[in-house]
Design a protein around this ligand. Structure first.
Ligand code: TRP
Length: 333
């Protein structure tokens, strides 16, 4: 049987999972786990580069695990693990650091952004963030990396480090590339009509999978509308088009079509549309929220899946590290 392609991705344990993460990333992981050999990792070491205060770390890691599993990520299919539980990651990171140049790291856009954001903590871990990420990926000799556009530069650096290693010590690493279903990643628009749902910006414009029903309704009802179109079949303003996009994600097709028709013949009542959207959002989010809550409170289960994930990841890591050490020439006896 042909060996399955290997998928690897990392999730930072900072912030709450929102609808944009779900449709942009998690839903794809869930599909991939049945088609590929998958490694999904909670990037707790990466988090230390920007969040030195670890008082919330355990809570955040538990939340990420619970929320992703509640969305359908299956720890029996994929290896779902914490970065710090696989010490081979740090070992490979060390070797790759000798192949990464200060100049290229300093000009990485994400590094420059973080220097601007935390001028008092420009630590070396921040500088070598892309090296650690390359270690995550190359550790499993993964070729498929489901990530968004913002990670493309990091992936290119991973390819460079892989190629440099191969060139200097011998062919071990395949090139990793960004991988997603379809050409375009689904963008989930924010509720204020500006940009997409995101972790940091306007909290009221983003729907989190942990939001309570009332809060979901409030956020949806606050979304900007106007008095409606006055000419049939007119073009939708952005903020209205966004409401329709959100509706397409969670509402039944005939429901969306009814409001489309109402819009086109100028009889649409946005209040009704938002009420419908709010109820469909609640129906979508509530079961995920409840499932995540139950998992988050089940320490025994969380411990079990973390151990299972780490065991699978380490088994794969140890095969790679044996090859790496031999290639470098660290196998003296
Ligand atoms: N840097 C990624 C982010 O900010 C997280 C990440 C860490 C990652 N290691 C990875 C992504 C390995 C893909 C592969 O979202």
């Amino acid at each position: 049987m042909e060996k399955q392609a290997i998928v690897m991705s990392g999730i930072r344990p900072t912030g709450f999972l929102h609808l944009g993460n779900y449709f942009g990333a998690v839903r794809n992981y869930v599909r991939m786990q049945s088609e590929y050999t998958c490694y999904f990792m909670v990037a707790d070491l990466h988090a230390l580069t920007t969040h030195p205060d670890t008082s919330e770390l355990k809570k955040n890691v538990s939340r990420v695990l619970a929320e992703n599993i509640a969305c359908g990520l299956n720890p029996d299919k994929a290896a779902f693990y914490c970065q710090s539980h696989v010490p081979e990651t740090s070992e490979l990171y060390l070797y790759l650091n000798m192949l990464a140049y200060k100049g290229e790291l300093e000009k990485t856009p994400t590094f420059k952004d973080k220097v601007r954001l935390q001028p008092d903590n420009v630590n070396a871990g921040l500088l070598t963030y892309p090296v650690l990420q390359a270690a995550d990926i190359l550790l499993h000799r993964a070729t498929l990396v489901p990530v968004g556009k913002d990670q493309e530069q990091h992936l290119e650096m991973s390819r460079n480090f892989a190629n440099r290693f191969n060139h200097r010590y011998g062919e071990i690493f395949p090139e990793p590339h960004a991988f997603n279903y379809g050409d375009e990643l689904i963008k989930v628009p924010s509720l204020d009509g500006a940009g997409k749902m995101s972790k940091s910006e306007n909290q009221y414009a983003t729907l989190y999978l942990s939001d309570e029903d009332e809060l979901i309704r409030k956020k949806v009802m606050k979304a900007k509308t106007d008095s409606g179109p006055t000419t049939p079949n007119s073009e939708k303003p952005d903020y209205i088009a966004n409401l329709f996009l959100l509706m397409e994600l969670v509402s039944a097709p005939d429901v969306t079509k009814k409001f489309e028709d109402d819009f086109n013949n100028c009889t649409i009542r946005y209040g009704d549309m938002k009420k419908q959207l709010a109820e469909d959002m609640v129906a979508f989010i509530a079961p995920v929220r409840e499932k995540a809550e139950a998992i988050r409170n089940d320490e025994k289960y969380l411990k079990e899946i973390m151990e299972k994930g780490a065991a699978k990841a380490r088994a794969s890591a140890q095969v790679t590290m044996a090859l790496v050490k031999e290639a470098i020439g660290l196998n003296y006896y």
